[in-house]
Ligand binder design. Structure first.
Ligand code: IFM
Length: 442
């Protein structure tokens, strides 16, 4: 059967991970500026203050994208560049930056795909409770409106939030990502407030004429550590609800899954909320990296699961199991679970980190990345052959970049970045992806 006509190939990045220029042209502080500047929070105390200096080097980066022959580029807007304190007036210089980028992409025949929120909440909003505060949802919708007011005439694809489950789990549950709050199940209200933000932003974007709206969710199929253990299977079920259904079910069905083991009573759900959350979307973004091993919780753990190592698989540089079959299983499960309610899918992130460095000849031979991408793209093709409606694929990421708490250790890019000189060196996977795209375009 093959991929559908018009299938789009792309690469993805996010503002805080590549832009740098943290205080330039009126950009305000986000939770990631605060968190990464706090001693002990990130590996070697690294921050996104300079990152890949994309704010200044974007023309070179757009050239790299054009060289790949991609159809589309997924980037995120820095909320505090556009609206430095989270509320209040827009910052024209911040909007100008994205305006120039969008024009340059279109000049090269690359369709811009904008994510509105990739984890860089304005610090002043965090000071008022952040995603625990319902009002943040409405500040986000205002930001969405301002961004669309300037860019909707040229940006076709919009995504509201990136991986809201990571914000709930890592940002507010375990405190390993910004804003660094370790509230465990008391973090659950951030799920509802982010979903409300998504729904309110959909309405704001529609009011500015945006036609293609989605969200980029993170998914990880749950594998019970011992499939013969009923307790491990129950734990895997609870993990599946948290990781794979909490943000998808209300969006597509207007109902939450059973959250009784996950502190569901903590959600402040008001009258119209679920209708707002379930505002129709045009596509669902799927971010997939790896499955997760799950075991029954140890005594005293307030969560209904513990994480367990998944053995028997090769791993990436970050130790993540490489299981392309789990990607296929995920795509099948979305179709099985949601049937006709499932909108077309875009794979909005898929990729891997390895400790890639240039060899003596200067070339970066990342054969492991090529193998990972090849196997995962093959799994996606199988899903398409089986009838899953996938319209595009973005690999994470164009460039090596700031990997959050892991600093600049992991390298996810098709292009190597020497952070001391900012020199970009396309890896072997860059040529491989370029050839794959060319062959697919025929
Ligand atoms: O770098 C991140 C990205 O910001 C969100 N998805 C997962 C990637 C790899 O960890």
């Amino acid at each position: 059967m093959g991929l559908p006509e018009g299938f789009r190939w792309g690469v993805a990045t996010a503002a805080y991970q590549i832009e740098g220029a943290a205080t330039e042209d009126g950009r305000g502080p986000s939770i990631w500026d605060t968190f990464s500047a706090t001693p002990g929070r990130t590996r070697d105390g690294r921050t996104g203050e300079v990152a890949c200096d994309h704010y200044h080097r974007w023309p070179e980066d757009v050239d790299l994208m054009a060289g790949l022959g991609i159809d589309t580029y997924r980037f995120s807007l820095s909320w505090t560049r556009v609206r430095p304190t989270g509320g209040g007036a827009a910052n024209p210089k911040g909007l100008d930056f994205y305006d120039r980028l969008v024009d340059a992409l279109l000049d090269r025949g690359i369709a811009p795909a904008a994510t509105l929120y990739h984890w860089d909440l304005p610090q002043p909003l965090e000071d008022e409770g952040g995603w625990l505060n319902r009002d943040t949802a409405f500040r986000f919708a205002e930001f969405a409106y301002l961004a669309a007011e300037r860019l909707a005439d040229r940006v076709e694809l919009w995504m509201t939030l990136n991986e809201p489950v990571v914000t709930t789990a890592y940002g507010y549950g375990f405190g390993v990502y910004a804003p660094g709050r370790a509230l465990l199940l008391d973090a659950m209200p951030t799920a509802h407030n982010q979903l409300l933000a998504h729904g309110a932003a959909v309405t704001a974007l529609r009011s500015r004429g945006v036609r293609t709206i989605g969200i980029a969710n993170h998914y990880s199929p749950a594998r019970p550590a011992d499939p013969d253990s009923a307790a491990d299977r129950a734990a895997a079920g609870a993990f599946d609800i948290f990781m794979n259904r909490l943000y998808t079910e209300p969006l597509l069905t207007g109902r939450y899954p059973d959250l009784s083991a996950l502190g569901g009573e903590k959600l402040d759900i008001r009258d119209e909320d679920l209708a707002i959350i379930a505002s129709p979307i045009d596509f669902l973004g799927v971010n997939y990296y790896q499955p997760t091993g799950v075991t029954a919780p140890a005594e005293g753990n307030p969560l209904p699961f513990d994480l367990a190592e998944l053995s028997g698989h090769p791993v990436t540089g970050m130790g993540w199991p490489i299981v392309p079959d789990a990607f296929l299983e995920l795509l099948r499960s979305l179709k099985e679970r949601y049937g006709d309610r499932l909108p077309p899918l875009y794979i909005t992130e898929n990729g891997c980190s390895f400790p890639d460095e240039p060899g003596p000849d200067g070339a970066v031979d990342d054969a492991s990345r090529i193998a990972y991408l090849d196997a995962h793209i093959a799994a996606m093709r199988t899903a398409v052959d089986e009838g899953v409606d996938v319209r595009g694929y973005y690999t994470w990421s164009l460039l090596d970049n700031f990997e959050w708490s892991e600093g600049y250790g992991p390298r996810f890019g098709l292009v190597h970045v020497d952070y001391a000189t900012q020199q970009r060196t396309p890896k072997k996977s860059y040529a491989w992806y370029r050839d794959l795209i060319a062959a697919s375009h025929g």
